[in-house]
Design a protein. Structure first.
Length: 115
């Protein structure tokens, strides 16, 4: 089982990044998928969530209107489009897949937003 995030990097305030999380080793289409982030010295927080078929999504208030979660079940990949980035969005971003008792995490990708 693997979740591999990519797409992180350094971007200026107001810029955009698109994170990807490629899944393998499990039936991706059954799983709710989530993006979390953890900034230095802070707890990991839920950023966005999408249901297995992609019909419903949830966003933290801090990213609502700026971030969009989506998924392609044919490609076993979940995405996080991040627009209008702010320095406070700087964190390691993790994807997570959940289905019943099954719960998988990726290794994370660093996003740094400069002011």
């Amino acid at each position: 089982v693997q979740l591999v995030e990519s797409g992180g990097g350094l971007v200026q305030s107001g810029g955009s990044l698109r994170l990807s999380c490629a899944a393998s080793g499990f039936r991706f289409s059954r799983y709710d998928m989530k993006w979390y982030r953890q900034a230095p010295g802070k707890e990991r927080e839920l950023v966005a969530d999408i249901t297995s078929a992609g019909a419903n999504s949830y966003y933290a208030d801090s990213v609502k209107g700026r971030f969009t979660i989506s998924r392609d079940n044919a490609k076993n990949t979940v995405y996080l489009q991040m627009n209008s980035l702010k320095p406070e969005d700087t964190a390691v971003y993790y994807c997570r897949g959940s289905w019943g008792y099954f719960d998988y995490w990726g290794q994370g990708t660093q996003v740094t937003v400069s002011s």
